[in-house]
Design a protein around this ligand. Structure first.
Ligand code: OGA
Ligand code: ZN
Ligand code: ZN
Length: 391
């Protein structure tokens, strides 16, 4: 330490202008300047080194961070030419910069945000379904409590499929549940849509035919992330719901037929929806992987697939790969089937988990689902907000 605060001086703990709690970390026990960095040690012997420019950039005073919006005001374009004077008081860090500006850092905030720490607001990582997977169900009454909603959100981000059960049979409840989490993502089918067989359907879902596994709206640049389907009536014979996990199936495809995975992830194909007022089309691969080979998104929907516009000599290999993937998804090893009961809402990550339904007989009884979409960002946001107050 280059300087010590007079032992008599009393200050309140630095306020970092954060809504996420940070106060519980250990106190700092040492701060030592090294070149253009500051080496910090906490009482539990944890150490880190932070560049002075990073520290200056993260000053939380009202000039550097807007006190109401909590957004950054400081622009870090100037080098730090002279080291600040460094003080530890009550285990917190105080820096006085060359120009007299003072930055105060709470020890717990620094501890939480040190480069070596796992992310301070870690969300549940996606986990491919195991063999005995069945979606977590949260009763409607519990979903309305912070703990219940948290359980449901966690399952959604982890498994990409979750249920709400014992929900009231009232129209629009799907919108009310969705809007607890975020604004409904509207599409060409509206903000909220009814799934039942109707005259002059503009979509296979609005007939009584069986729907093989698919994602909705693969023809959009950004298909909806999360789909909610709320069952109000299911008296028709047939109509069982089908699901399969893209993350699990891609792993199986990599094992079984790596060449098919390469073809499907490296060959953009056309998807298109057209009706009287819309023509929404995109070219994208069926499977998108990140640089680590992990699934980013899957676009499988055989009826929204447009003309296969590929060099003729590449077509046979593409069709072969498509068949392998299709058969894997629809195999007993990967396809989950159950009947949605009235008063149940199923939700799934539309860009990871495929959904479908068995054919139903519209003359045997009514089947009515109400659906809407949400952005994944809103699920993550809700979970972070709930984490402020629940353990
Ligand atoms: C849909 C759909 C499934 C069902 O509306 O996109 O796939 O169970 N519906 O009717
Ligand atoms: Zn400042
Ligand atoms: Zn669908």
């Amino acid at each position: 330490m280059t300087s010590a605060l007079a032992a008599t001086e009393k200050r309140s703990a630095p306020q970092m202008s954060e809504l996420t709690p940070y106060e519980h970390g250990p106190a700092l026990s040492d701060a030592t300047l090294t070149d253009s960095s500051l080496a910090l040690t906490w009482e539990d012997s944890t150490r880190t080194t932070l560049p002075l420019l990073w520290l200056r950039d993260h000053c939380a005073c009202a000039q550097c961070r807007h006190p109401q919006t909590r957004e950054r005001l400081y622009l870090p374009l100037d080098d730090i030419e002279q080291a600040p004077s460094v003080t530890l008081a009550d285990g917190h860090l105080y820096l006085q910069w060359q120009d007299g500006h003072v930055s105060a850092f709470h020890s717990g905030w620094l501890y939480q945000r040190r480069p070596e720490a796992t992310r301070f607001s870690a969300l549940p990582a996606p986990q491919p379904w195991r063999d005995d997977f069945f979606p977590e169900g949260v009763r409607h009454a519990d979903f309305l409590t912070p703990e219940g909603e948290k359980t449901w959100l966690t399952a959604m981000l982890r498994d990409g499929l979750a249920l709400v059960t014992d929900a009231p049979l009232v129209e629009e409840e799907v919108s009310r549940l969705a809007e607890r989490i975020g604004p409904q993502r509207a599409t060409n089918f509206g903000g909220r849509f009814n799934v039942r067989s109707k005259p002059n359907p503009n979509n296979a879902a609005y007939t009584a035919v069986g729907l093989p596994l698919h994602i909705d709206l693969p023809n959009w640049q950004q298909p909806p992330d999360i789909q909610l389907l709320y069952c109000l009536q299911n008296d028709a014979s047939g109509g069982e719901s089908l699901f399969a996990d893209g993350a699990r199936v891609i792993n199986a495809l990599r094992e079984q037929d790596p060449e098919a995975l390469v073809i499907l992830s490296e060959t953009p194909i056309d998807f298109r929806f057209q009706d009287d007022t819309h023509d929404i089309a995109i070219k994208a691969p069926v499977i998108t992987l990140d640089s680590q080979g992990e699934l980013v998104e899957i676009r499988l929907n055989n009826w929204i697939r447009d003309t296969l516009h590929l060099p003729a000599e590449k077509m046979a290999a593409w069709y072969r790969a498509y068949k392998v993937l299709w058969q894997l998804f629809h195999s007993d090893a990967h396809q989950l089937e159950f009947t949605l009961k009235p008063g149940q809402m199923v939700a799934f990550d539309n860009r990871r988990v495929l959904h479908g339904r068995r054919e139903f007989d519209p003359n045997s009884g009514a089947r009515h689902l109400q659906g809407t979409y949400l952005d994944r960002d809103m699920l993550a946001s809700r979970l972070r907000v709930l984490a402020r107050t629940t353990a």
